[in-house]
Design a protein around this ligand. Structure first.
Ligand code: ASP
Length: 578
């Protein structure tokens, strides 16, 4: 089709030009005998004007039209539009296609329910805000491609129909037609294949990989998502981190014009947990957790008897407005993290106030005030737990809840850091001596911790690292075990029998007999990176056709039922609900 310009690119220097434009009618209005409309295409809007409305065909919102006309300078510019200094005088307007009234108005600002927007996603995508997010996403992918290409990485695709992979989530299963009773699992990540590529001598691999995990969904989690997946041979942890942070710096510069200072900070896992109550700390605000065990374990409060951990933090300036109801809300939140609840003390008129003061003599009160440097209006929240992770995660969740509520986070600020030295194992609560893998079972323990594998597995730290941006885990990886004996030892600690290993990973472990290079890698969560760089906290905003929280695609309504013949072909009978 003939088209001279994209609507959103017209400027003052185009005044006087004859143009042919295409697009959707976004808004029409009649004013003093004149007809105005906005014409939208993927580049933006331009205002159309006609002095002879009676000569125009009937045009309404979302009609697709061709406009021939001349660009002229506007008397009063519209400062809100990049094209606001000009308008196009219609000489001929042709309707290419009509449209029914849309279920919601197509504009950046909308009060349409998200479910409605997702059902009519193709209309939602007409909104510039959404188009811009998808464009940013494409730009990030392009920058990754450029970066990896210039560093001699080779993009390799790996299969989607697989044996189960080891990321620890529930698999999506695909029944096999040729082998009834057998199933493929969709990849939770390309983990094992990328390691095989290293054994295959590829040395530097990457892939923009679709991954599938059948988990409960949240604002930052989708059942299918995209990882920027990377694996390298012969690089140590520092070399991998430096290379990867260089890629991130390039992306932040080109997408957000933000200068990331390299090298990025590296924070040890237990420092992050102890101080921020999170393995993905947002360090843009304070409210650090303090260890209060030395101070409070002996005050005679029954709830603290036998508590391994007592910790607390201070929220500034909220004591006055903290009601009973608010404290109940905090308790509910804390219970989600296995804490019995949170206790509180206020600091008002130069003194501690609250029922807990009856457990504190003058000396203890003074010590507590000094510990936090308390000021009038401060609220001290504290709790106890037998488990280190429970107390940290519980209080950490309250800390970030307050940061959001109090607006402590400046918009458009970025906080990037590595969390390193993760524990190798996660002790299974209530089952002493039993462990799950903190990352996955191929993660390499730190050399200096190898002797602890037999005696104190819970103390073994790993060559594992996460990239944390604004409190999100934007990626993570590990160095991998490359010797057979350590690998088997890890399987044993994880309680996997020889048969389990042979069934799940035998095909993979076999390759370890044939010369494995030291290797390691990382996977970035593309969706989360896009969220951060487009300033949204909803992962569905950065995917063209996301699933809703019930894992349903509101546009097509997938998952759907299938016909008897299809079920028969794969040898499956559906159990009737009782
Ligand atoms: N496969 C890992 C994951 O998806 C990342 C890695 O270890 O490279 O979390």
């Amino acid at each position: 089709m003939e088209r001279t310009n994209q609507n959103g690119t017209l400027r003052l220097q185009d005044v006087g030009k004859k143009v042919v434009l295409l697009g959707w009618i976004a808004k029409t209005r009649k004013l003093g005998g004149l007809f105005f409309a906005d014409l939208r295409d993927t580049s933006g809007y331009v205002q159309l004007v006609s002095e002879h409305p009676d000569e125009l065909p009937d045009v309404r919102n979302e009609y697709v039209v061709e406009v021939r006309g001349e660009v002229r300078k506007k008397d009063v510019p519209n400062k809100n539009l990049p094209t606001g200094e000009i308008e196009v005088v219609i000489e001929k307007l042709t309707v290419i296609n009509k449209a029914e009234t849309t279920p919601f108005i197509i504009a950046d600002k909308t009060d349409a329910l998200e479910e409605t927007r997702l059902q009519y996603r193709y209309l939602d995508i007409r909104r510039p805000v959404l188009q811009n997010r998808l464009k940013t996403r494409a730009k990030i992918v392009r920058l990754f491609h450029e970066f990896f290409d210039s560093h001699n990485f080779v993009e390799v695709e790996t299969p989607v129909l697989n044996l189960a992979t080891p990321e620890g989530a529930r698999d999506y299963l695909v029944p096999s037609r040729l082998h009834h009773g057998r199933f493929y699992a969709l990849p939770q990540s390309p983990q094992l294949f990328k390691q095989l590529l290293m054994i295959g001598g590829m040395e530097r691999y990457y892939q923009i990989a679709r991954c599938f995990r059948d988990e409960d969904l949240r604002a930052d989690r989708q059942p299918e998502f995209t990882q920027v997946d990377v694996e390298t041979s012969f690089l140590d942890q520092d070399q991998i981190l430096s290379l990867m942070e260089e890629a991130l710096a390039k992306i932040f510069k080109e997408v957000a014009d933000y200068e990331v200072k390299l090298p990025l900070r590296r924070m040890k896992y237990w420092d992050a947990m102890d101080n921020y109550g999170s393995d993905k700390p947002d360090t843009r605000y304070g409210m650090l957790l303090h260890d209060l065990k030395p101070l409070l374990s002996d005050v005679g409060f029954q709830g603290f008897e036998g508590a391994e951990y007592i910790k607390g933090f201070v929220v500034e300036g909220v004591a006055g407005e903290t009601s009973r109801k608010k404290l109940d809300e905090l308790n509910l939140e804390a219970r989600k993290f296995n804490l019995k609840g949170v206790l509180s003390l206020k600091f008002e008129n130069g003194a501690l106030a609250g029922s807990f003061t009856k457990f504190l003599d003058e000396e203890k009160q003074k010590a507590l005030i000094e510990e936090f440097g308390l000021k009038d209006g401060d609220l001290l929240l504290f709790a106890s737990s037998p488990y280190r992770r429970d107390i940290d995660f519980g209080l950490g969740a309250l800390r970030s809840k307050y940061a959001k509520e109090l607006g402590l986070i400046q918009p458009n600020t970025y906080d990037l850091l590595w969390v390193v030295d993760f524990p190798m194992f996660d002790p299974i609560e209530g089952e002493p001596g039993h462990y799950s893998a903190e990352h996955h079972p191929f993660t390499r323990p730190r050399d200096e911790d190898l002797p602890l594998l037999d005696s104190k597995p819970e103390e073994v730290l790993a060559y594992a690292y996460d990239i944390i941006i604004n409190g999100y885990e934007a990626g993570g990886g590990t160095l991998r075990i490359y010797d057979h004996d350590t690998q088997w030892k890890i399987f044993k600690i994880l309680g996997l029998s020889d048969e389990d290993v042979a069934r799940k990973f035998g095909w993979f472990i076999d390759a370890f007999k044939y010369g494995v290079p030291p290797h390691g890698g990382i996977a970035f969560g593309l969706d989360r990176l896009c969220m951060i760089l487009t300033g949204t906290d909803n992962i569905r905003d950065v995917e063209a056709f996301p699933k809703n929280l019930q894992a349903v695609d509101p546009t097509s309504k997938a998952p759907g039922e299938v016909g008897e013949d299809q079920l028969e072909a794969v040898g499956i009978e559906i159990k009737k609900e009782a």
